[in-house]
Design a protein around this ligand. Sequence first.
Ligand code: 0A1
Ligand code: ZN
Length: 879
Amino acid sequence: MEAPASTVYLKDYRPPSFLIPEVVLDIDLQSEDEALVQATLAVRRNPEGAASGTLVLDLDEVAVEAVAIDGEPLVPARWQADARHLTIRDVPESFRLATRSRIHPRRNTKLMGIYTSSTGFFSLCEAEGFRRITPFLDRPDVMARYTVTLHADEERYPVLLANGNLEAQGAEGGGRHWARWVDPFPKPSYLFAVVAARLDREQDSFRTRSGRSVLLQFFVEPGKLDQGRFALDALKQAMKWDEERYGLEVDLDEYNVVAVGDFNAGAMENKGLNIFNTKLVLARADISTDGDFNFIDRTVAHEYFHNWTGNRVTCRDWFQLALKEGLTVFREQQYAGDRYSRAVARIQAVRNLRTGQFPEDAGPMAHPVRPAAYQQVSNFYTATVYQKGAELVRMMHTLVGPENFRKGIALYFRLHDGHAVTTDALVEAIEQASGADLGQFRLWYEQAGTPRLAVRDRYDEATHTYELTVTQSCPPTPGQPTKQALHIPLAVGLLGPNGREFALRVEGEKNGRGTSTVLSLRGETEVFRFLDVPARPVPSLARNFSAPVLVDYPYDEDALQLLLGYDSDPFNRWEAGQRLAMDLLLVGVADFRAGRPVQFPDYLAQAFGRVLADAEQDPAFAAEALSLPPEVVVAEQLQEIDPLAVHRVRFAMRTFLAERLHDAFQGAYERYETPGAYSPDAVSAGRRALRNLSLAFLMDLGAPTTRQRAVRQLETATNMTDALAALSALANCDCPERRVALDAFYAKWQDEPLVVDKWLATEALSRLPGTVERVRDLTLHPAFTLQNPNKVYALLGSFGVNQVNFHAADGSGYRLMTEQALLLDAVNPQVASRMVRNFERYGRFEPVRRDLMRAALEQIAAKPGLSRETAEVVGKALA
Ligand code: 0A1
Ligand code: ZN
C-alpha cells in the first residue's frame, strides 16, 4: 500500500535550500531491464533558501548504490535512501555530489522517467519524472545546465538523443555505442529528455529571420517516414508564425522531434527534444482525419511555442502550471485562428471549454486556474489549467488590446528570461506595458467556478436610451464557499429590428465606439447605458465569447433568429443557434421526463434550414452551426442529470431536423463531395465536415438507401475523414451493414495502431444496446492492452463519454469501468485516475445513477494499494 497522500500547499512554498547549476549524467542502458545512472551534480547552498546542512533529494523507484562528495565516497551513515528521498547529512556550502543508481526501464509501466516502448527507450519527466531517473531536487525552480552521455547497443538502438547539441559520439566494446549531448540552456528537470531507439529520420532546416540555420529532425518508427512530413512542415510554419506575431526566434542549433507509441500525454516540450505521442505527429490522408491533421498542426505549434513560454521562462512551482499552459494554449489558439477559420477555431475552443471545463468547474475537482493545494500534481493537468487558463490570457488580451498585449509579452521576456516565475509575473508585465489596472483581474487565477452573468435590459422609447443591467455571481466550489466580484470583459453589440447594427455611444464616454464595444464589468451589479439608440435593440452579448462565463438573458426565438441571421460576430451567430436548440432541448427533456410527447416547432427547422441554404459561403461554419449542443452541455443545464432523457430528446431533435430538411441535407451531401486529391486545408475540411454531418443526420432516419450510401462511402473513401464518418454513422445504426463494416474496417487496418484506436473508439461510442458487452469483449481483444495509454483512451476513455452506455441504468457500464480502472491503477496510475474521473460528478445525476456511481467510487476507494493519483480523485469525489 502506498503511503497516504499528503497535500502540498502553495502557501508553503519556500525557495530551495540548495541550487544545482550543473548536471553531468552518464546513462548506461545495459538492457531493457536495467540501466546504470551516474550523476555528478554541482551543488551549492541557495543564499535565498533556508540554511541547512542536510541535502534532501527526491527519488522514486531508483535504487541508490553509492554516494560521493567531491570524489570521496560517503560512508553509509552519512546518507540514507527511503522510498521517496535520498538524505545526505553534513554537506558543505558548495560541492560536487556523485550518485550511482539503477533503474528498470521495462518495469516502468507508469511511463514516467525512462521506459521502454517497441522501438527503444524513451523518457517523460513532466511533472515529477526526473526523480525516477536519478536523485535530484526535482522542482522547476532548480535550473541546471545538463551534459548527458548515453550508452546502448548500437544495432538495436542506433539513435541516441538528449537535449541540446550533439557534442561527440563513438563506438565502444561489445557492439555498443555512446553519444554525448550538451544543452547550453539552463533548464528545470521536467524538460530533461533522452531517447535511445531504432527510428527513421527526416531532416530539414529552418532559416530564422536573423539568418541562422536550424537543423530540424523528425524521428519516427521505421517505415513511417511518409507520415512525418506534415508535422515537419507544421513546425516550420509555427517557427515563422512566432517570429511574425511575437518576434520570437528559435534559439537552438538543432530541434529534434521524436514519435513514440506509448506516451501518457499528447506531447512534451523538452528543450530541443520534443517527444510526441505518435497520435499527435504521424499523419497521412488515408489514416488521419481532418481533425487529426488540425490537431497535429496545433500540437506541433503548441510544443514549439513552449520553447519560449515555458522553457525560457518557466514555472516557479507546479501551482503556476497555467503560467506556461494558459499562455501557450492561447498562442496555439491564435495560431489556429490565423491558419484556419478564426470563427470555427473559436467555436471549437468554446465547445471544448463547455464540454470539458465547465463540468469540471462545477464538480468536486473544481480548482482555480492557479490551484492553492494538490496531492498529486499529475491530476492538475486539467481543462481548467489549460483551457480556462487560456481564456484568462485571452481576457487580458481583450482588456488591453493586441498592441499592448504584445508589448506586455515582450516585457515579460525582458524581465524574466531564464527564470522560474509565478502567474503574477505575466499579469504584472501586461499591466506595466499597458498601464491597465489588472488588480481585480488577478482574482480569476484564484477563484474556481464558472461565473454566471444575469443580464436584463430596458429600452426607453422617449429618450432613445437602452440600459443593460449585468449582475455577476459564482457558485461555491470546494474550499471556496463565497466569491468576490471579478473583472469581466463583456463585448457587446446592438442589433436593430432589421439586423443592422447600431453605432454605440455609452453614457459617460466621450467617443462613439463603432458597433462593438467591450464593457468592463467590475462590480457585482453594473448598469451600462447606451445613448441615441433609435429602436429597441436585440443585444449581442459576450461577443467572440469574451469571458468564460454563462450568460443568462431572456432571448425569445425571434431575437435568436435575428442574431443567427445577422450578427456581425460569427461566434454569436453560432451561439444564437446553440441557444435556440438548447432552449427547446430543455423543454423537451422536461416533457420527456414528465411522460409528455416531445415536439419541436417549425421555426427550428426554418432557422436551421436557412443555415443550410447559406452554407456555400462558409461550409465549415455551417457545419458548426448545424451541430446541436453536445449531450454533456445539455446535461450541465439540468438540476438532475438523466443522461438517457438527454440523449433521447437530442436524438428526437436530430430526426426532426433530418425529416424536415431531408432534401437540403441530401443536396448538401451530394454537393460537397471532395473533388480531386485530398488536402487537409480548412476549406476542404469544412466541405467534408458539412457533407459528413449531412450524412449523419440522414442516417438517423435509417433509410436503406442512406445506409447503402454510407457503405459505399466507407468502401470508396480516399481519406480517413470520409471513411471514419461513414463508419461512425453505421456503428450507430441497428442494421445488418453495421457489424460487417466494423469487422472489415478492423481487418483492413489491424496493422496501423492509430487506426485501430479509431476503431476501438467508434465501437465504444456507439449508442446502441449491447455496447457495454462489446466493450467488455474488446478489453480482451488482442488489439487492446492496458499498458498502452492510447488504447486505454480509445476504448475506455471513449466509453466514459458515451452518455447512453456508460450511464446504462443497470450499472453495467459503471461496473466495467470500475473493473478496468482498478486493473489499470496497478499499471499506470496517471491514466487510471483519469478514467476514474468519469465518476466524480455522481452527485449531479438522478438518484439511481447517483447511487450506482457513488458505489463504484466507494469500491475503488476500498481497494488496497490504490495509487495516490486515483486516491486523490476518489477522496475528493466522495468528500
Ligand atoms: N506539458 C505538455 C503536456 C504534458 C502534460 C502532462 C504530463 O504529465 C503529467 C506531461 C506532459 C504540454 O502541455 O504539451
Ligand atoms: Zn503545453
